[in-house]
Write a protein that binds this ligand. Structure first.
Ligand code: NI
Ligand code: MN
Length: 226
């Protein structure tokens, strides 16, 4: 069965696998760059790495509308539940099983608050195992040595890495991250949405190719087969 990965914009992705549709960090209606047919796509699950508005996005509304379950860390899940969303409250380290595969929440070095500005638990990165592929979404993070553990233990096939600097790691640190994580394919995210995170992704692609890895710069709404 084929796995389709769609880049919505910013750090938002949609994975389609058979009868399953998984949204990650669905910052859609508040983001003019976002390209996603939310009305017609099925969403069985939503993964949210942390509580900031550019990651929570429409998660609560989509969950209420489509009865899709938001999987996120405990404190953020409590907040989502209080707003009427369906939730799976998890924490770092657990392997959460689904009919389509599994998710493991792993560290990200960042902060996390809910839409009221209250503490929302640990921010996270996520390892998604689906079909025969392992996808690592780094969340919002600086470069951190836990990425060496991700590479050594979990060996993802594809890494989605923030490159915009200011709120997360920059291009040079993301190149080091890609080496530590070890994925052959790398997709940049979390850039050009706001003025402080404006960068040229081609600089990242050049540096990734210089270390013999594949870098895919995806357009807003672009879909690839994994
Ligand atoms: Ni953030
Ligand atoms: Mn962010």
């Amino acid at each position: 069965m084929s796995i389709t990965l769609q880049y919505i914009a910013h750090s938002a992705f949609y994975i389609k696998y058979g009868e399953y549709g998984i949204l990650i960090d669905p910052f859609i209606s508040g983001n003019p760059n976002a390209q996603f047919d939310i009305k017609n796509e099925m969403v069985t699950d939503i993964i949210v790495t942390h509580g900031h508005a550019d990651h929570m996005g429409d998660a609560i509304d989509i969950s209420r509308d489509k009865k899709s379950v938001i999987t996120c860390t405990f404190e953020l899940a409590n907040y989502c539940m209080s707003k009427g969303a369906y939730t799976n409250a998890v924490n770092l380290g657990g392997k959460i099983k689904f009919d389509w595969g599994s998710i493991k929440f792993l560290p990200a070095f960042h902060s996390s608050s809910n839409l009221n500005g209250e503490y929302a638990g640990m921010p996270a990165s996520v390892l998604i195992e689906i079909g025969d592929k392992k996808i690592y979404h780094a969340g919002d993070t600086c470069l951190h040595s836990e990425m060496k553990v991700v590479g050594e233990v979990y060996k993802p096939d594809i890494a989605l890495l923030p490159i915009g600097s200011y709120f997360t790691m920059d291009i040079d640190d993301a190149v080091i991250a890609s080496q530590w994580i070890g994925a052959k394919k790398v997709i940049p995210m979390h850039y050009n949405t706001f003025p402080p995170i404006k960068v040229n992704p081609q600089d990242f692609k050049n540096k990734i190719e210089a270390i013999q890895k594949e870098c895919l710069i995806l357009n807003y709404g672009e879909k690839i087969e994994l």
